[in-house]
Design a protein around this ligand. Structure first.
Ligand code: URA
Length: 237
């Protein structure tokens, strides 16, 4: 959010008063006075008025977690264990998920408090490849890769799935690469092939990130220096 909008909202003053007060040099961002009305303010910056902190900076966090089956891809749930419950970190309350997995699915979940990064990974237009290993209840037909590449109409959403790749590894095992993430997408795509059901679905990677040896239930921080693409840019307050 722009500084002038941020100050107007935070102090509940008019946009005009906000601009006048910023122009007079009243506010500091990360310890320096700024008169730049258009400066983008993220949650990773400290904003202060004389004698008053308006916003403390939060530390950017990036995490990879190996979700076991049965754990919910959510931050809180009154009934079930969530991926956040598996994490032991003082700032875990700031995290959100960059994409979900069904409760029965396993594999890589990325978590962060940097919404610009999570959006760059999970927005349908970002076309970040996500790879999955699947096992099916019966042999996968030879025509399946072509059908995955052509896309399946999902009438309830009014879309056709983006071209996806399917590599058949053995008659009942395949690697799927998706460039989008819709509800139960892979299960629904296989179901279109004469009702094939998945017996397991495991996410191996999201873009350049993979499990890198994490056992089920384990998590690790990703070094912010290794974060690719957009980060810490657009998270508004
Ligand atoms: N597709 C599914 O059907 N389930 C998942 O968890 C992920 C992709």
């Amino acid at each position: 959010m722009r500084l002038d909008h941020y100050i107007a909202k935070r102090l509940q003053i008019s946009e005009r008063d906000s601009r006048l007060r910023i122009a007079s040099g009243e506010f500091q961002v990360d310890g320096s006075v700024t008169t730049d009305l258009r400066m983008e303010i993220t949650r990773f910056q400290e904003v202060a008025a004389p004698g008053k902190q308006l916003q403390a900076a939060i530390t950017p966090l990036y995490m990879a977690l190996h979700k076991p089956a049965g754990i919910l891809s959510a931050t809180t749930d009154p009934e079930h264990t969530t991926v956040i419950d598996l994490i032991d970190h003082p700032d875990k309350g700031t995290l959100h998920l960059a994409g979900r997995l069904d409760r029965s699915s396993t594999g890589l979940i990325l978590l962060t408090n940097d919404s610009a990064w999570s959006e760059s990974l999970s927005h349908p237009d970002s076309k970040v490849p996500k790879t999955y290993l699947v096992e099916t209840d019966r042999p996968i037909p030879e025509s399946a890769p072509m059908k995955f590449a052509e896309g399946f109409p999902f009438l309830s959403e009014g879309i056709t799935t983006r071209p996806a790749s399917l590599d058949i590894l053995d008659p009942t095992t395949a690697r799927v690469t998706l460039y989008e993430g819709r509800w139960h997408q892979i299960k629904r795509m296989f179901h279109r092939l004469d009702g094939i059901r998945l017996t397991s679905l495991h996410r191996q990677s999201i873009g350049p990130y993979d499990l890198d040896g994490l056992a089920p239930g384990e998590w690790r921080e990703i070094d912010p220096g290794k974060i690719e693409g957009q980060k810490m840019e657009g998270q508004t307050c």
